[in-house]
Write a protein that binds this ligand. Sequence first.
Ligand code: FES
Ligand SMILES: [Fe+2]
Length: 364
Amino acid sequence: MATTKDYRLGEFTFPRGWFMIADAEELNTHKPLAVRFFGKDFALYRGQATGKVVLLDAYCPHMKTHLAAPNNTSYVVLDRGGSNIEGDGIRCPYHAWRFGPDGKCDEIPYHDGPIPAAACVKSWTVVESLGAIWVWHDPEGGDPEWAHPSLPQWDDAGWVRGHWDHLGVLNQHPQEVIDNITDYSHLGPIHGSTVERYENEFKGHLAIQRQCGGHRTLVAADGSASTLHTDTVYHGPGVLISMLTGLFETALLIMHTPIDDGQIKVWHSLIVKSPTGAVPTTSDDLVAAKQYQEMSRLAFAQDFEVWTNKGPCLNGLFIPSDGPFLKCRVWYKQFYNPRAKKQEFLDQCEGMYRVRGVPAYTAA
Ligand code: FES
Ligand SMILES: [Fe+2]
């Protein structure tokens, strides 16, 4: 398993950006969730009082008990209906210290004196959007550099919201997934695309791919394919949103988040414009959108299967007819280095890139 150091990405092990950390449906339980990202363990839960989602560092400062690991035996849990969430706070199963959503200990049941100032865990700013929970991760501790993921289609009665497909854990460095945005030459062999037009662009925190052509995976039930236009954008290092115009108008969402160095968690979802044109959408729309999401998942599985077994591409044998992989790798470095150095990388990669012999993209 190759690491950030092996790819020579920069000073930080984990990149700066917005990252998905859970499907909101996972919090439709009264129990906290133990999650691990960026080489750290966290306690994630929905507060009972306000419904607000809380993300805390996992380990209780008293004696390092995990605040959210499954516990079915402590009376802290048993006496609260099977959960140690209390209001918007959480109570440690070991000695019952209670922490508020701000991460500060606000009650030690067997102690009258003042609560030590160090009795706290870090509380992370999280956002709920697109049916998912997002965190801003920044090794320098800075405020978000761009807005959290959101789409107007999510709240549009004429669009069907998909569920999140949990694609599981991939034992690859995220660089291998990021490369895909510039990977012109895999589109035919892997996805059965007959690419007619193609281009990449790098601009600030965005890496963009625009292409159009036929497709052998995203096709109608009778196998017929309309020309598929895709306008795909990485919004920072972990959030991919692709606007598809083909069989149906669709927003395709693919998210990946580092768990440990060289290991990521991956999710996929779609938001589909009413296939029948009805507003609000009907049950027929739901069926068609669900089928389309499954086709899209299978198209992504074509990439995933290769990634599952490939070696790390540390020194690729890139040829001039490949996409601009090396420019993309420079773009990606901005997230692994101090924000103050960002422009150095952008100066080396911003701009439009075409592939030898392939016409530039034109919109549908
Ligand atoms: S370890 Fe958490 S209260 Fe003691
Ligand atoms: Fe792909």
